[in-house]
Design a protein around this ligand. Structure first.
Ligand SMILES: [Fe+2]
Length: 103
């Protein structure tokens, strides 16, 4: 695997890693607000982002590349109102989509 491609995919792995953690944290926050449906939905999104991360990791390994997992930033423990939380989800999804478009 060439270095440039490996670097690009490792960056996407990092983004998916942050995504799964962000949504897991948001799920816990919704749980704290007793919004169990929203908590469940965000948990599912977290699991989906983890599958994206694992697929990318498996691809790099399959191509004999090197996976680099970097530190991920600590996530907030409060995301505001439910509406504000989901606005943050939307903004993050837009960021992720744009990150893939740049590859
Ligand atoms: Fe994803």
């Amino acid at each position: 695997m060439n270095d440039e491609l490996q670097k690009l995919i490792n960056n996407l792995i990092q983004i998916e890693h942050v995504s799964t953690t962000l949504y897991l944290t948001m799920s816990a926050y919704m749980g704290r607000l007793n919004l169990t449906g929203m908590a469940h939905w965000l948990r599912l999104q977290s699991e989906e982002e983890r599958t994206h991360m694992l697929k990318l990791i498996d691809y790099v390994v399959d191509k004999d590349g090197t996976v680099k997992l970097n530190n991920i930033p600590a996530q907030p423990s409060d995301f505001g109102t439910p509406l504000e939380t989901f606005q943050k989800v939307l903004a993050h999804e837009q960021f992720v989509t744009n990150s893939y478009r740049r590859v």
